[in-house]
Ligand binder design. Structure first.
Ligand SMILES: Cc1ncc(COP(=O)(O)O)c(C=O)c1O
Length: 492
């Protein structure tokens, strides 16, 4: 019997969630717990037993400089306390972004504020795009490996289906990959998934390279032929740098710089560019993103009708505008960011070379893919034998290895998370304080029984407070087993 005040739970039925709510709940549990663990128990000088996060693409190489810059420049106007003067971002931000695109992305026709809609990060913008481009059950073709977030961006709310395209692993950026797109589209549609769009991530996450112009054109021709949209996620546009592996890497070519009608016979209304503040601006937390679709006003109008759902805070818009309008600081910042990305890349790849770990040379983004298959074990954590690589391509050995890595209090991007065709490849983020990076790599050395790389000891004292060295060996083992189990459930 329910108590008179109605608080005795047993006789009360729980209020129901929608079918969508229930399926989100079913998916969410392990993911949220794992995210909480990684974020709330993150390694730092004051939490030396926390998790070293080498798995999330966050760039902290210029945080100190940005804190100083923004703290000295931040300025709000009375209008910033209102809904503002634009349904999506702010007029000031749209003008500043238009200037940036026109100055650096070499657009075919000048980008104007009315060609874009700002939002609270690229994830929000992609979610909105999915909602307006596809119906539930419609597919989006994405070449593998691909950024894990695209799964939720397309599927979680809009119900679109990411359809992986198994492009040639030895040359995933070539024009010939379009043959695989043809075949994948045919198979998906025959199985009842109508394809509506193609996702191009350029510069590429997780491979860290740029697409050649001819391949972007081939994507556009394919989209025209099959009546599809082409989404170009250019969030790493400024994070491109030369390396010792490749002093003259393929430059970044924005989809905005291509005359699709003339060069590919493709209606430019099909092409939508997504850009954001998280990566090039070292600012994942400020939540800034933008959709640029200069030739599709209908799409922009449709998205604008609900853009309040993804509106950027006026404070974030003011910060982004401030750096974009600064013709002295901004170009210097971009140059310095690229210099530090290169330095961090060289440090990390010398660690790979020292240990004989093969890696896929990168020159863009915040990460590099490395082949960890030599660390596969024959048995899992309970001593049970694992299937041979020939039996499942190494998927079970990969999962067991990632579990051991998490148990050593390091988080790396797993092959499963990135739909990587070959299990055992991991994505390592290098764009972080050297002392944090060194602790993460030192823990991996300990885990795999590797000789210590000389550069790590020096790295640990760089910008640190001497605690890093202790932390490597401490790496407290509190409830790591539970966390490893969460990791297994989420395929992050
Ligand atoms: C390719 C790509 N697109 C989008 C995002 C999400 O960006 P945001 O923080 O703007 O939501 C990420 C973040 O890792 C990314 O790598």
């Amino acid at each position: 019997m329910a108590a008179a005040n109605g608080v005795m739970g047993s006789a009360l039925s729980s209020p129901k969630l929608s079918t969508r709510g229930q399926s989100a709940l079913a998916r969410a549990g392990a993911f949220i717990q794992l995210a909480n663990e990684l974020f709330q128990n993150a390694y730092s000088a004051s939490n030396p037993d926390g998790f070293c996060n080498l798995g999330v693409a966050e760039n902290s190489l210029l945080h100190a400089e940005l804190v100083e810059y923004y703290n000295s420049k931040f300025h709000l106007e009375p209008v910033d306390f209102t809904y503002g003067n634009d349904l999506s971002g702010s007029m000031r931000l749209s003008k500043a972004l238009a200037r940036m695109f026109n100055a650096y992305f070499e657009p075919v026709t000048p980008v104007k504020p009315e060609h874009m809609l700002a939002g609270a990060g690229c994830s929000a913008v992609l979610d909105m795009l999915a909602f307006h481009l596809g119906d539930p059950g419609d597919g989006v073709l994405i070449p593998v490996p691909y950024y894990v977030g695209f799964n939720s961006d397309f599927a979680a709310r809009s119900g679109m289906k990411p359809v992986p395209v198994a492009v040639d692993e030895s040359d995933p950026f070539g024009v010939h990959t379009l043959k695989t797109f043809e075949e994948t589209l045919r198979v998906a549609e025959a199985a009842g998934t109508p394809i509506r769009a193609v996702m191009l991530c350029n510069p590429h996450n997780p491979l860290g390279r740029c697409y050649p112009r001819e391949t972007i054109l081939a994507y556009a021709r394919f989209c025209e032929e099959h009546d599809l949209h082409l989404i170009s996620d250019e969030i790493y546009a400024f994070s491109v740098f030369p390396t010792e592996d490749d002093e003259h890497p393929a430059p970044f070519v924005s989809a905005l710089s291509i005359d699709f009608e003339k060069e590919a016979g493709c209606d430019p209304a099909r092409v939508h560019v997504v850009y954001g503040m998280s990566k090039d601006f070292n600012a994942n937390g400020l939540r800034g993103g933008v959709l640029v679709s200069p030739h599709n006003p209908a799409l922009l109008t449709a998205v604008k009708s609900t853009s309040i759902f993804m509106k950027m805070s006026t404070a974030a818009a003011a910060l982004w505008s401030c750096i974009l309008e600064d013709d002295v600081f901004f170009p210097e910042y971009i140059k310095e960011n690229q210099r530090r990305l290169r330095e961090a890349y060289e440090f990390t790849t010398s660690w790979f070379r020292f240990h004989g770990i093969p890696y896929s040379p990168a020159n863009a983004g915040h990460f590099v893919m490395a082949d960890f298959r030599q660390f596969f074990t024959d048995a899992d954590a309970h001593g049970r034998p694992l299937p041979l690589v020939e039996e499942d391509k190494g998927a079970a050995r990969d999962a067991a290895m990632c579990r051991r890595i998490i148990a050593a209090k390091v988080f790396v991007g797993s092959a499963a998370a990135f739909s990587c065709p070959t299990p055992g490849w991991c994505r390592i983020t290098f764009a972080m304080r050297r002392d944090y990076l060194a602790v993460g790599l030192a823990r991996l050395e300990q885990l795999f029984g590797l000789e210590s790389f000389g550069g790590l000891a020096a790295g640990m004292s760089e910008g640190g407070d001497g605690k890093a060295q202790e932390a490597t060996l401490a790496g407290g083992k509190d409830h790591v087993r539970e966390v490893a189990e969460l990791f297994e459930k989420t395929a992050l």
